[in-house]
Ligand binder design. Structure first.
Ligand SMILES: Cc1cc2nc3c(=O)[nH]c(=O)nc-3n(C[C@H](O)[C@H](O)[C@H](O)COP(=O)(O)OP(=O)(O)OC[C@H]3O[C@@H](n4cnc5c(N)ncnc54)[C@H](O)[C@@H]3O)c2cc1C
Length: 375
């Protein structure tokens, strides 16, 4: 049975996704037991919502015993490659993996519990949920970036179908699609439609498939680039780089899609919006200073610089010019957060450091190097 006396915890983790489950596993390694994960739906819920056909672009391939076992592992000793026997799991398959990890680490999770408000009185955090108020000295905010599809990006964007709300590409009616956004989700949508023999026109304000950087936070993944070279894609998908879409208007028999420089396109099917999310940080944004680029300013332990005890985990984390937007990037920070919280609770951290060191991970040197490939 989960529960602390008077709902008082050492740590509350908000969100049971990849970041929340991974951070909670690190708390276990740090010897912290009085914590709880609070999840609005069920563990892995946002992965459950991916279109049925969408697969991980980052491959799962079990490595030898250095660091975490594959690119999509969130804790030492677990690997979706091993447990699922899949290189590119679907969202639903990965959600199953996360639930298994939560079980293996015996994580205390309040599911179906929505965090509605977070306050801080200078001493503790008070978290109002749908059915009770929880209290803690430390909060790990891991509520994710992909819950709130942005439907106000341009005039008429609410008329479009956001890819995050598509259950399966199989269900989409029509033969002729416009996809707004040419990064990972856009290519994924175009690919699945092309496989079904549909005509697709894909627009992007830039040209992500030609971006010259080795950082997959900016450039398209090799998985998507390979898909773009497949004959079905080449035959069915027309690319419109450097063409920002500024409006979508409903017409009698479909939609008009207008680009910045006046070009107009017509389609009978609802245009698809690929990408664009609001993120969940808005609930706690006043607790963080902002960097110039709008991302939260964090201490070297990923803690708020103005409200001590509040930590951020997940794809929103930024340090200098390092973008931690993939699992294999932001997972490097879990143990750093766990160590900082253990230290604040007066717990020794030697065993935690030794444990990670055994797996080739050094807690004072877990940021990505930011170097790009040169060939
Ligand atoms: C289509 C798609 C494909 C992707 N492919 C890859 C990939 O191949 N490789 C990769 O590394 N990353 C990929 N990503 C990114 C990956 O999904 C994110 O890195 C991951 O979901 C972030 O984990 P998270 O725990 O921060 O957020 P989430 O997994 O979204 O978890 C946040 C959790 O918090 C809960 N929550 C939110 N608000 C509240 C609240 N107020 N109260 C209680 N609970 C709340 C949510 O229900 C959710 O379960 C992809 C994303 C998308 C959308």
């Amino acid at each position: 049975m989960i529960g602390a006396r008077d709902n008082v915890y050492d740590v509350i983790v908000v969100g049971g996704g990849a970041a929340g489950v991974g951070a909670a596993a690190s708390l276990r390694h740090a010897g912290i037991d009085n914590f709880v994960v609070v999840e609005r739906h069920t563990v892995g819920a946002s992965f459950d919502l991916w279109p049925a056909e969408t697969r991980f672009i980052t491959p799962s391939f079990p490595t030898n015993s250095v660091g975490m076992l594959d690119l999509n592992s969130i804790a030492i000793g677990v690997s979706p490659a091993f447990s699922l026997e899949l290189e590119h799991p679907t969202g639903k398959e990965y959600a199953l993996h996360l639930r298994a990890v939560a079980k293996i680490f015996d994580l205390p999770v309040f599911e179906h519990t929505d965090v509605e408000r977070v306050t801080n009185d200078g001493d503790s955090f008070h978290i109002d949920t749908s059915d009770k108020t929880l209290h803690a000295k430390h909060v790990i905010w891991a509520a994710g970036e992909f819950q709130y599809p942005r439907l106000n990006g341009f005039a008429g964007s609410a008329l479009c179908h956001h890819t995050a709300t598509i259950a399966s590409y199989e269900d989409l009616e029509g033969d002729d699609f416009v996809v707004v956004g040419g990064y990972e989700s856009g290519v994924d949508a175009a690919y699945h439609l092309a496989l079904r023999g549909k005509r697709v026109r894909m627009f992007d304000r830039g040209c992500p498939w030609k971006t010259e950087t080795s950082d997959p936070s900016v450039a398209l993944s090799t998985y998507s680039l390979e898909r773009m070279r497949q004959s079905r894609f080449v035959e069915h998908v027309e690319l419109f780089p450097y063409m920002p879409i500024v409006s979508v208007t409903a017409e009698d028999d479909g939609y008009e899609v207008a680009a910045l420089e006046g070009q107009r396109f017509h389609t009978k099917s609802k245009p698809l919006l690929a990408g664009g999310f609001e993120g969940s940080l808005k609930f706690v944004q006043d607790f963080f200073e902002r960097r110039e680029d709008g991302f939260p300013l964090l201490s070297e332990n990923d803690e708020s610089t103005i409200v001590p005890g509040l930590f951020l985990c997940g794809p929103t984390v930024r340090h200098d010019n390092h973008v931690f937007c993939f699992i294999y990037k932001y997972r490097q920070r879990f143990a750093i957060v766990a160590k900082a919280i253990a230290t604040s609770l007066g717990l020794p951290t030697d065993d935690l450091e030794a444990y990670y060191r055994r797996w080739g991970m050094y807690l004072d040197d877990l940021s990505c190097c930011g170097e790009e490939c040169v060939c």
